[in-house]
Design a protein around this ligand. Structure first.
Ligand SMILES: Cc1cc2nc3c(=O)[nH]c(=O)nc-3n(C[C@H](O)[C@H](O)[C@H](O)COP(=O)(O)OP(=O)(O)OC[C@H]3O[C@@H](n4cnc5c(N)ncnc54)[C@H](O)[C@@H]3O)c2cc1C
Length: 411
């Protein structure tokens, strides 16, 4: 093997989560490399032509207030929201099969918004712009193609091989390479996973009525439908990004419809809350699978973001959980550094795992419970749903506690 290049910490995967971690670590003074399969120049460049109102990227995220604070602490939030984004003040959730409805308001929490809808590419662009200005060694446009370790049982050297033949070594390798993480598989960290037998259809629509800065979510037995508000550069409030999770067969049928027929089904499914709906982008369908790594750490190795857990998009929490992983790992590594410990300290990694595993599992269980509750058609469950939602809507403190949890806030 050629002599590897050495770093304190190597982050593999420069998506929304890995790029935030790499930036935070370099701000703490660690010597960091980030390997990303896509070319980083392409990630930071603005689109060739100014973005038209209809060029919203179908992949958007509802960024919680806690994630916003992390991005502010990293010094990138202002740059990210210099691009178009849409803060939302209200979230309305209802049972499509009954009368239950609940409404969350930022004002009731003395907050300016419940969260912000941003296209994923704007988040990545903001992070990479800062990375290019940082001491992080950016290795982009090349895949990691293998993992090596000279002492799998404990302290030693480890690293990755790149597809172009380069070899990298680090005290700690962090896998942020997404749901299908090859590093997780090479290191041998097992996952617990199951198929939802659902697909999420995503696309952008124009609505006849303003979205009123509200995130809309309607539950039905075949799956949840979300209309997430978007704001064009000119301030047009008539665009939404939709995430429509449906049983696989139904999703296939919907994908096969022509645009007008699809839009008319969508309009019916959202109960014409926003008037007529017109499709303004292509449709994409993502198969939905729940995945959770049984262990997040191994000697000299840690998982974060989707590489550690993938969750049903019904509450828009995937990237937010990833940012909570980043916050926890940054805290632990900062403490280790101040104590003069190395980046692969075993107790520090164990603490990171303990902090994150419980919270991620709780969120995943809550999403599963929600999905099951709304998937069932029996009369007693429908009664529980409708009475429960109406009752919760009138219980200010409990409702606000739920909203604060979703926003990632302590109140
Ligand atoms: C339909 C849908 C809607 C969603 N909505 C929301 C939402 O509203 N809010 C929210 O918080 N979350 C949402 N999510 C979840 C969110 O998109 C993910 O949790 C998030 O993108 C995960 O980020 P990541 O950086 O961990 O992984 P990824 O975004 O998958 O990034 C992994 C990176 O690793 C790179 N990579 C992979 N393999 C290699 C390799 N071998 N070598 C080098 N590089 C490699 C890839 O190029 C990629 O850049 C949604 C998901 C779906 C499917």
């Amino acid at each position: 093997m050629t002599e590897p290049r050495d770093f304190d910490i190597l982050v593999v995967g420069g998506g929304m989560v890995g790029s935030a971690l790499a930036l935070g670590l370099s701000q703490q003074g660690w010597q960091v490399a980030l390997v990303e399969a896509s070319e980083c120049q392409a990630l930071v460049q603005p689109p060739a032509a100014a973005l038209g109102v209809e060029d919203f990227e179908p992949r958007v995220s509802a960024i919680s207030v806690a994630s916003q604070r992390l991005l502010e602490d990293l010094g990138v939030w202002a740059n990210i929201v210099a691009a178009r984004h849409c803060p939302y003040q209200t979230m309305t959730v209802w049972d499509g099969d009954g009368t239950g409805r609940i409404q969350f308001e930022a004002a009731e929490l003395q907050a300016r918004s419940l969260g912000t809808i941003i296209e994923n590419r704007h988040i990545v662009r903001g992070l990479f712009a800062a990375l290019l200005d940082s001491p992080v060694e950016l290795i982009s446009g090349v895949q990691v193609s293998g993992w090596w370790q000279d002492n799998p049982e404990g302290a030693g050297r480890q690293g990755v091989r790149l597809a172009d033949g380069r070899v990298l070594a680090a005290d700690l390798v962090v896998a942020a390479d997404g749901a299908h993480s090859r590093l997780r598989q090479w290191v041998g960290l097992a996952t617990r996973e199951w198929d939802y037998d659902q697909q999420a259809i995503v696309c952008t629509v124009r609505t006849a009525q303003s979205h009123r800065f509200t995130a809309w979510q309607r539950f039905s037995p075949s799956g949840p439908l979300a209309f997430l508000p978007l704001l064009s550069e000119s301030g047009d409030e008539h665009f939404c990004s939709i995430v429509w999770s449906q049983d696989t067969e139904e999703a296939r049928r919907l994908m096969a419809l022509d645009e007008a027929a699809f839009a008319s089904e969508l309009e019916r499914a959202i109960e014409r809350e926003l008037g007529a709906v017109e499709l303004v982008s292509r449709r994409f369908a993502f198969p939905l699978r729940q995945r959770h790594a049984k262990e997040y750490v191994a000697p000299g190795f840690a998982l974060i973001g989707d590489a550690a857990h993938t969750i049903h998009p019904l509450a828009g929490q995937g990237a937010n959980l990833g940012y909570s992983d980043v916050r926890a790992l940054l805290d632990e590594l900062s403490r280790a550094r101040k104590a003069g410990l190395g980046a692969a300290d075993e107790l520090m990694l164990a603490r990171y795992q303990r902090r994150r595993k419980g919270e991620n599992l709780t969120m995943m269980a809550a999403m599963e419970g929600f999905k099951q509750l709304f998937a069932r058609d029996e009369l007693p469950l429908r009664w529980v749903r409708n009475t429960g939602l109406r009752w919760l809507n009138q219980l200010g403190p409990v409702k606000n506690r739920i909203a604060a949890e979703a926003m990632g806030l302590d109140i």
